[in-house]
Design a protein around this ligand. Structure first.
Ligand SMILES: CC(C)(COP(=O)(O)OP(=O)(O)OC[C@H]1O[C@@H](n2cnc3c(N)ncnc32)[C@H](O)[C@@H]1OP(=O)(O)O)[C@@H](O)C(=O)NCCC(=O)NCCS
Length: 215
């Protein structure tokens, strides 16, 4: 494992056998090897960890729920979709191209119980733009878990990942998520009128964001 820099940010690089790689594809290979191998720091009550196969049933138990998915950008997830999400997120994740994303499991400190998820997406490498998403198991909602985890993940994005701006995009009816944004210091930047369709109707979208020097 060595460290290198990209856009003034230190990334951890997992080096495979670069000597085997043709010169013509070397640069491409190096970029594709930039991986996240760190986790956001623990908070007062919570710890971040990578997912593993044992998270399937807990994850599916809330991802399958209609009430849970009503303001998400998609419908409830099937067991197969949860399996795919887990398979994608158990190991190190690439973090070098637009669209790369990493999903962290959130557990109470000292436990591996799955109480929530944080997703970070690299939306624009050149401009160091990161989008954050969150999910809290309905059995654990209303305890401040989303805000506590989101705060730590945003600091992680600014610190370890070198983000310049972190944004969140939410269905305008998702009042709980809008409150999370405000609790963690994000500003409402835009309301996109009828920018998506959900359950057969037009819905508005809210864009919240925070800059590195605003925290
Ligand atoms: C939206 C969602 C993430 C909110 O999760 P949450 O953990 O309840 O959110 P918060 O961290 O803001 O918790 C705040 C609530 O906990 C309460 N709380 C209780 N104990 C607390 C504590 N120790 N610290 C802070 N808040 C506490 C707060 O008073 C607040 O109550 P209020 O909403 O009535 O004002 C969650 O409901 C969810 O996953 N929904 C479905 C998926 C979804 O919509 N995801 C977002 C897509 S954009």
């Amino acid at each position: 494992m060595i460290a290198t820099t990209l856009a003034d940010t230190e990334y951890h690089v997992k080096v495979l056998s670069l000597s085997d790689v043709e010169d013509a594809v070397w640069a491409e290979a190096v970029v594709s090897l930039l991986m996240i191998d760190v986790l956001p720091p623990e908070t007062e009550r919570l710890a971040f960890r990578r997912f593993d196969a044992a998270d399937l049933e807990p994850m599916y138990s809330y991802q399958r729920r209609e009430d849970y998915a009503q303001h998400a950008w998609r419908g409830p997830r099937t067991r197969e979709e949860c399996e795919r999400a887990l398979a994608e997120n158990t190991g190190l994740r690439p973090w070098s191209r637009d669209g790369d994303h990493i999903r962290f499991a959130v557990s109470p400190k000292g436990s591996r119980e799955l109480v929530g998820e944080i997703v970070l997406t690299l939306t624009d490498v050149e401009a160091a733009q990161v989008e954050i998403g969150w999910v809290v198991h309905p059995d654990h909602a209303g305890q401040g878990i989303a805000s506590e985890a989101a705060r730590a993940a945003i600091e992680f994005a600014f610190g370890s990942l070198g983000a310049h701006r972190v944004c969140a995009s939410l269905d305008a009816l998702n009042v709980s998520s809008a409150k999370v944004c405000e609790r963690v210091g994000m500003r409402l930047e835009a309301t996109l009128r009828q920018s998506h369709r959900q359950l057969g109707e037009w819905r508005d979208e809210l864009i919240y964001a925070v800059l590195a020097d605003e925290l």
